[in-house]
Write a new protein. Structure first.
Lengths: 371, 516
């Protein structure tokens, strides 16, 4: 029997879409090529963060964080949800000034923040090197464990009758039909939430894999309390240079430290790029020399589904009848999964969304060619 | 005598012993608190399992089984120690023709042959003393069998680096690069050829109570004694599978422990077939007899296995079964190992082709990756004679020397040894009843305290890891990976650098030292 909706991909975005569509009363089938949360979701940091690269990014991340706040009481322990807050770190005086501007912007849009000077910063995070100029603290930002969060969302959908088919790699999405190695599945609508694989199923989608590295340490509870991100992160994340690194450190609920970040366009080669990983490590040691003594357990790589304008592709894809896209979330998939699912469900059901969906439409014009 | 401070208490210890042995002798057997708050003691005693981690001189997560005591050492077993920040770690660099990883029989033989052939050779090992697990000793008391080899290695001109834990290996243009962590800092090695002689580790299988302090590997218990632990007066049970159980029981007896039972899980019928085939390998029988003499009164039972370890804070006894009846035996030491697992992680990290869980090599021990050779157990567990022969062949090949006569002779030793090993593996095949011991509430991943029930619905090691954290801890899946393979048939997840936990400050040193 055809489903009301087929979701292709059980990463965090597909799981959130399945959750939202099933909550709206639709019958949902989820098709996953491997197992839930096994792609970029498995590699992701899980930082739920309000970001201000553009108005549209701010609107979607703020909405999504509100949805995570609402979900938080229901998240099981395995999701390791923690409202740790983010510190956007200013290295020098020029960046310190941008903290003030950033603070104003966040406040004017209803997101509480505090400004920290150099001394406050040392008090809050004593393992940072002395002499940093200050930071913007966004206390409402959260940390979750992405694969567990994806499983939780899928389980909720399942409890409402959704069907999750694993090991079903989609090969073709036709009008209201998805063909997989396990046969064809029919649905009134199809949501392509296949992450970096999305363009294979909807040719023309401007998504390219952007590889990243993460290093995780043994357990050092209390070593750092907030998610620490250098202010320069935005230019690393949103520039389109071939390779870039930025300091980004996350304290996990286990007491482990998760260290990022790197960005490169290098196809889908999963091997560790030692020279870039090393640049990333040295960048972190610049901000936090005490990290040098922590024992690193593993390095891994993952692939962010990147778009030319750093905004996800969310909405109808007119090339194929009944096809919707929920992909291209780059490094913000965990944060924006819930907002994306909301936009998709509202659009499919013909409801008005709390934010304007236009900036995320997959058919929008892109100013520059993709790197 | 060196003096240590252990959790604030001053303890005098014998020189030359490991921290793990010193702590055992001081009556400290809870070395670490696990992720869910359980007390843990040493298990593998060869640097693999990370259960014996303590803080040494303010540095958390150090393996007590690998570090030799130094006067004034400060040791803490308290959970969550803060890393101190006042240390200065030095980085150094070595350039050589041949790097050998592992200083067991294969690595010693490879190092000798390569250096004698005129190649500048470096032999690295995690342990301070050469000899590997089989010839573990405290200098100057080297076992007779390895003494000539150690002398030869010293004279060969090969440089030996003890206490060097290799955590990364890759090929860059024409050279092989290694990164190792030593007590003095990071070591970067550039070599033209690499011989992997990384040996094997014990296979541990989960059963109720196997995480209690006092439950060690079979080789683990022997290693603890050899590294200086006093086991006099202990009441021990030796269990599991394989030819290692006999020498372990002999060692424990020699150490003054009372060995109540040696329980071999393989059936008598299975072993009898193997015994008959041994007629062509009389030295093996003699060796077994010699071990048997040391503990003539100890019962050796086939077709029996430990179903449960008893105790709350530590081991108090075991339940032994033959599948029909169950017997309780009081003991304070269980030495349980189920055979050996080749250490192939560095080979996988480098990208060497594998065959049946072992590194694929040609007749000259060359792997599929140009410049990387492999010898001994990582090519398939086959024991010391094969390891020595393959080490020699690999050493010659790595140095670019040809010695057809020697190679023919060594090739025959290798072929005979590998045939014998195949028969042995079949005789000691693990019985399926052992799988049933790993019930849903038994932990399989000791680093992250993940129970068998938490991974049961998964379809792969990677899925289990992401859904339960099994294999995410400090041993990097070296203990639970092979156990999960036995229980569910899963291949282990990929290997990525660091292949051993290493300090963040050491990950990125290659560029730094290369610039100097």
């Amino acid at each position: 029997m055809p489903s009301d909706a087929i979701v292709v991909g059980a990463g965090i975005v597909g799981a959130a879409c399945a959750d939202a569509l099933s909550a709206a009363g639709l019958s949902v089938t989820v098709l996953e090529s491997r197992f839930p949360g096994s792609g970029a979701t498995a590699a992701a940091m899980g930082h739920v963060v309000v970001m201000d690269d553009s108005d549209a990014q701010f609107a979607l991340t703020r909405l999504s964080r509100e949805l995570w706040d609402a979900l938080a009481p229901e998240l099981p322990r395995a999701c390791e949800d923690e409202r740790a807050g983010t510190l956007w770190i200013a290295a020098g005086e020029a960046e310190r000034e941008s903290v003030g501007r950033k603070a104003e912007l966040y406040r004017s849009r209803g997101v509480p923040v505090d400004e920290l000077d150099g001394r406050d910063l040392v008090r809050e995070e004593p393992n940072l090197r002395p002499g940093l100029a200050g930071a913007l603290r966004v206390p409402g930002d959260r940390i979750v464990y992405p694969p567990a969060a994806a499983r939780f969302l899928l389980d909720r959908a399942r409890a409402r009758g959704a069907r999750v088919v694993t090991g079903a790699e989609a090969s073709v999405i036709g009008p209201r039909r998805v063909t997989t190695h396990q046969g064809a599945f029919d649905g009134a609508v199809v949501v392509n939430a296949a992450g970096v694989a999305a363009p294979l199923l909807a040719p023309g989608l401007p998504i390219a894999p952007r590889k990243g590295h993460l290093v995780i340490t043994d357990r050092y509870p209390g070593f750092c309390r907030h998610q620490l991100v250098e202010l320069g992160y935005l230019s690393s994340a949103h520039g389109h240079s071939t390779e870039s690194v930025a300091f980004n450190l996350q304290p996990r609920a286990t007491g482990q430290m998760l260290l990022g970040s790197s960005r490169e366009f290098a196809g889908l080669e999963p091997a560790v790029n030692r020279s870039l990983r090393n640049r990333m490590v040295r960048r972190a040691l610049d901000f936090m020399p005490a990290l040098a003594r922590l024992s690193a357990l593993r390095t891994w790589t993952g692939f962010r589904p990147a778009t030319p304008d750093n905004l996800p592709l969310v909405g109808a894809w007119p090339e194929t009848d009944g096809l919707w896209i929920a992909a291209g979330h780059e490094g913000l998939g965990v944060t924006t999964a819930l907002g994306t699912a909301r936009l998709i469900a509202d659009a499919i059901l013909g409801k008005t969304s709390p934010i304007d969906p236009a900036p995320y439409r997959p058919t929008r014009r892109f100013a520059a060619a993709h790197a | 005598m060196p003096e240590l401070t252990v959790d604030g208490r001053r303890v005098e210890v014998e020189a030359g012993v490991t921290v793990a042995a010193a702590l055992t002798n001081a009556g400290v057997e809870h070395l670490r608190v696990s992720a869910t708050g359980q007390a843990r003691g040493p298990l593998c005693v060869m640097g693999t399992c990370f259960e014996c981690r303590v803080a040494i001189d303010g540095q958390p997560h150090r393996r007590a089984c690998l570090e030799v005591v130094r006067d004034g050492m400060v040791i803490s077993t308290a959970p969550n120690p803060k890393p101190q920040t006042d240390d200065r770690s030095l980085s150094s660099r070595l350039v050589c023709d041949v790097a050998v990883v592992g200083a067991g029989p294969a690595g010693i033989a490879a190092g000798c042959r390569a250096a004698e052939a005129g190649a500048s050779t470096v032999v690295l090992d995690e342990g301070d003393v050469a000899g590997g697990q089989i010839y573990r000793h405290r200098p100057p008391n080297a076992p007779e069998a390895i003494r000539p080899w150690l002398t030869r290695l010293d004279r060969s001109g090969a440089r030996r680096m003890g206490g060097a834990s290799v955590f990364d290996a890759w090929r860059e243009r024409e050279e092989i690069r290694l990164l190792a962590e030593t007590s003095g800092g990071a070591l970067a090695v550039s070599a033209r050829r690499l011989v992997l002689a990384t040996g094997a580790r014990e296979l541990f299988l989960p059963f109720p109570g196997w995480t209690l302090p006092g439950v060690l590997g079979a080789g683990g218990a022997q290693a603890l004694w050899k590294s200086g632990a006093n086991l006099r007066g202990r009441r021990a049970v030796v269990a599991g599978s394989g030819p290692l159980l006999l020498p372990v029981a002999a060692s424990l007896t020699k150490a003054g422990a009372a060995v109540a039972l040696v329980a071999e899980q393989a059936s008598l019928a299975s072993l009898a077939g193997f015994g008959a085939s041994l007629a062509r390998a009389p030295s093996k029988i003699l060796e077994a007899m010699r071990h048997r003499r040391g503990f003539a009164k100890t019962p050796y039972r086939t077709g029996q296995w430990v179903a449960k370890a008893l105790g709350t804070e530590r081991l108090e006894g075991v339940v032994v079964t033959d599948g029909v009846a169950a017997n309780e035996i009081a003991c304070d030491l269980l030495a349980a190992g189920y055979g050996l697992v080749p250490n192939v992680e560095l080979a996988i990290l480098l990208g060497c082709a594998m065959r049946g869980g072992a590194v694929a090599v040609d007749a000259r021990q060359r792997s599929s990756l140009d410049g990387v050779l492999c010898a001994g157990e990582p090519c398939g567990v086959a024991g010391v004679e094969v390891a020595l022969a393959e080490g020699e062949i690999a050493g010659l090949a790595a140095a670019g020397q040809s010695d057809p006569e020697s190679e023919r002779r060594l090739g025959r030793v290798r072929a005979r040894g590998r045939r014998l090993a195949a028969r042995m593996h079949s005789a000691f095949r693990l019985r399926t009843e052992l799988r049933a011991l790993a019930s849903a509430d038994v932990l399989v991943c000791r680093c992250e305290d993940v129970a068998v029930g938490a991974v049961a619905g998964c379809a792969s090691a990677r899925e289990a890891k992401l859904s339960s954290r099994a294999g995410m801890g400090a041993c990097q899946g070296r203990v639970c990976g092979p156990a999960l393979r036995f229980l569910f048939g899963w291949d282990s997840d990929t290997v990525r650098p660091p292949a051993r936990p290493a300090r963040i400050g050491h990950l990125a040193v290659f560029e730094d030292v290369s610039k100097e």
